[in-house]
Design a protein around this ligand. Structure first.
Ligand code: FUL
Length: 467
């Protein structure tokens, strides 16, 4: 079998497709750290510190919804070991704090009510549990916690497994060698539709926590990529400048033909870009005026969701138990900007042809019908009914047939003259091409190299929005 044949046989699972379709979703970091002003708790915090006065999960969900996010992943337990739900496996939980409420219940209910997918983060590294570092005894505890969370709180879209693996709380220096395979089998059995992210087989960490995105984010990568996050080495160190470190240049190309040439086993393993709205993952009063700018957030959105990845944006509630007004205002602005930028799709009114034949099927955002070229390249011409100022071009491959496009270019046309405006590699699930307000009466997409006959499931052409 040739390399290209092997590449195009590597396709996503249904759960991976559903996850990719969510596009943009929230991380919520909330635990004792919110009250102690720390990023990593050491497990010695008494539950009495956990005392939100105005906790309102519905406010969180409404705020993230205003940004256009479609899901929420909650830190049910962070490294400090404090549990946000009514667990029967330890007393170290929110029910025994001044809060006295099952926060996982309230958040999952609020998500259900507002049509937001719910996911969990359950840190394997536990600095409170005396079982941590005791081998199977700790794995039993961890699996017990997973079982509670995956049984009692409705449907879960993501189980976000963090590879951080530090020492036990008692100063003995013990570490736990996580039984990942056992965790995976419990998750698959209890929530077969959930993606297991980062230290798991379904969704890949993009390689940094700063919001940097690769120009070429491939979904077909070597099998061994799956194991790279199963150690703490590459995750952040508390309070270190590493938090904002850039993508390691050595990892830049994970999936071009050249990068995969000598790889024997390939997997579909799409990237998730995770970063925080503020410098830290948890809320700190001192960061109330350090909320990321609208432009920065929108840029990350365009290059992640519009660059064949998904975008997991952390929004940390305050010690009152609410999303801070500065964060809420920024997210509402972001939601409006995204909605306005993609409000007016003029592709349905255009004449779209490939080799002179109309391909109207690409006007509908679905893989039920799609265009497939006869060759290993393609030229698609989009004639607009009139001259327009253009904001964005959106292109999607039919990823059920893998990602095939290796390189492409986009031209704007005016009065029969073509001008190249973009040249790139990956299209994959979704590529957003910024057109910068160019005035044009047409567009041309040239797929210049492909692993097999390229497919296009959707084309959108968005009128430039006022800002
Ligand atoms: C890291 C953790 O150490 C951070 O505190 C945070 O939860 C981040 C998302 O993952 O590994």
């Amino acid at each position: 079998m040739t390399l290209d044949e092997r590449l195009i046989q590597t396709v996503p699972s249904e759960r991976q497709i559903r996850h990719q379709q969510l596009g943009f979703y929230a991380f919520i970091h909330f635990t004792v750290n919110t009250f102690t002003d720390r990023e990593w708790g050491d497990g010695s915090e008494p539950p009495s510190v956990f005392a939100p006065t105005r906790l309102d999960a519905e406010q969180w969900v409404k705020v993230i919804k205003s940004a256009g996010m479609k899901g929420l992943i909650l830190t049910c337990k962070h490294h400090d070991g404090f549990c946000l739900w009514d667990t029967k496996l330890t007393d170290h939980n929110a029910m025994n704090s001044p809060c006295g409420r099952d926060i996982v219940r309230e958040v999952s209910d609020a998500c259900k009510k507002h049509g937001i997918a719910f996911g969990i983060y359950l840190s394997p590294w536990d600095r409170h549990s005396p079982l941590y570092g005791m081998g199977k005894a700790y794995d039993d505890y961890y699996v017990g916690q997973l079982t509670e969370l995956l049984t009692d709180y409705g449907s879960i879209f993501s189980v976000w497994l963090d590879g951080a693996c530090g020492e036990s709380a008692d100063g003995s220096g013990r570490k736990q060698y996580y039984d990942w395979e056992r965790y995976y089998s419990v998750i698959r059995r209890l929530q077969p539709d959930a993606c297991i992210s980062v230290c798991g087989p379904d969704v890949r960490w993009c390689g940094n926590e700063a919001g940097h995105t690769r120009a070429s984010e491939w979904s077909v990568v070597p099998l061994r990529t799956r194991d790279t996050e199963k150690t703490a080495e590459r995750s952040q160190h508390e309070d270190s400048a590493d938090f904002r470190r850039r993508i390691n240049a050595g990892d830049e190309d994970l999936g071009s033909r050249q990068a995969l040439e000598n790889e024997h086993e390939l997997i579909w393993y799409p990237a998730e870009v995770n970063t925080s709205l503020r410098p830290g993952w948890f809320w700190h009063e001192s960061e109330n005026d350090k909320v990321r700018s609208l432009d920065e957030l929108f840029d990350i959105y365009l290059s992640s969701v519009g660059g064949n990845a998904t975008f997991l944006l952390n929004v940390p509630p305050t010690n009152e138990g609410l999303i801070h007004p500065n964060d809420a205002a920024r997210l509402a602005e972001l939601g409006r900007l995204i909605a306005d930028s993609f409000a007016e799709n003029i592709a349905p009114e255009a004449e779209i042809t490939a080799d002179g034949n109309a391909i109207d099927c690409v006007k509908t955002d679905s893989t039920d019908e799609y265009y497939m070229s006869e060759r290993e390249n393609a030229e698609i011409v989009i004639k607009l009914p009139r001259k327009e100022k253009l904001g964005y071009l959106v292109i999607k491959e039919n990823i059920r047939l893998s990602q095939r496009v290796e390189s492409f270019a986009a031209d704007v046309m005016e009065g029969g003259i073509c001008r190249e405006i973009y040249r790139g590699t990956v299209i994959g699930y979704k590529r957003i091409v910024p057109l910068g307000g160019a005035a044009a009466d047409g567009l041309r997409i040239r797929i210049t190299d492909s692993r097999s006959k390229p497919t296009v499931a959707f084309i959108g052409v968005y009128r430039q929005a006022e800002r």
